[in-house]
Design a binder for this molecule. Structure first.
Ligand SMILES: Nc1ncnc2c1ncn2[C@@H]1O[C@H](COP(=O)(O)OP(=O)(O)OP(=O)(O)O)[C@@H](O)[C@H]1O
Length: 226
């Protein structure tokens, strides 16, 4: 899917969080890195329309995130920094089914798709568990399943390995690597994006580097050392 930023600018209460950004993204694996507060989440939220550009525009697959808000949002699944907050119903299978019910699917299809997505991520055993009792790694997998069940073309993950132990980091790395969907990951976990196609580095609300992972991570290390 093509994501195009055209002079996209974001101000919060008059303060610039993202300076005019011109960028076209179509790679399957895109990483976003940068210091805290550099504008990464703001940039990513522009893609699914959760943040609107104060000036300029953002399109996904040619759909404007403001003018074609609903259609554009349907293209993208977003996993937030604290994914437990995006789980709405208490039992995992019910939470996953909820997104499908909202789309008006028939009961049998909802059951079939819920089961299929749980198996796809090897978490069928968690189907009847309470979402707030899942471990960090289980929560990430459950959130990925809940979001992908509705069939978005693009998945955006905001710091998916934050607070995970080494074993669960590796599990999420493997899971992300195996997804057929296009993926954008915001992360401070540089190992996660080592094999990616393209890495963007943000600094003080501007795109400071945009290249293959090794070069981009090198640029990020220089920024962090200043
Ligand atoms: N809703 C908001 N209202 C006001 N200011 C905001 C809002 N969201 C973000 N900001 C500010 O915009 C700037 C960029 O924030 P953003 O969350 O995009 O950065 P980030 O690079 O994702 O940071 P982190 O790595 O800490 O998550 C920061 O100065 C932040 O305080």
């Amino acid at each position: 899917m093509d994501i195009v930023f055209t002079a996209a600018t974001v101000r919060y209460a008059g303060r610039v969080a993202l300076h005019p950004l011109d960028l076209a993204l179509s790679e399957r694996r895109i990483g976003i890195v940068g210091l805290n507060g550099s504008g990464k989440t703001t940039m990513a939220r522009l893609i699914n329309g959760l943040v609107k550009p104060t000036e300029g525009s953002v399109t996904v697959d040619g759909l404007d995130t403001v003018a074609d808000e609903k259609a554009a949002r349907g293209k993208t699944g977003f996993i937030f920094q604290n994914p437990q907050h995006q789980m709405i119903l208490p039992i995992l299978a019910e939470d996953i089914a909820f997104g499908l019910k909202n789309r008006g699917l028939a009961k049998a299809e909802i059951a079939e798709r819920t089961e299929a997505i749980l198996s796809r991520f090897n978490i069928a055993y968690l189907a009847r568990r309470r979402v707030h009792e899942l471990s960090g790694g289980e929560t990430q997998l459950a959130a990925i399943a809940s979001v992908l069940v509705t069939g978005p073309d693009l998945l955006i993950l905001d710091e998916p390995t934050n607070q995970l132990d080494l074993k669960n980091r590796a599990l999420i790395e493997r899971t992300v690597a195996s997804l057929p969907e296009q993926v954008i990951v915001i992360t401070h976990d540089l190992a996660l994006i080592e094999g990616f196609d393209r890495v963007l580095v943000f600094h003080e609300g501007r795109l400071a580097a945009d290249s293959r992972p090794a070069e981009a991570i090198g640029a990020y290390r220089k920024i962090a050392a200043c």
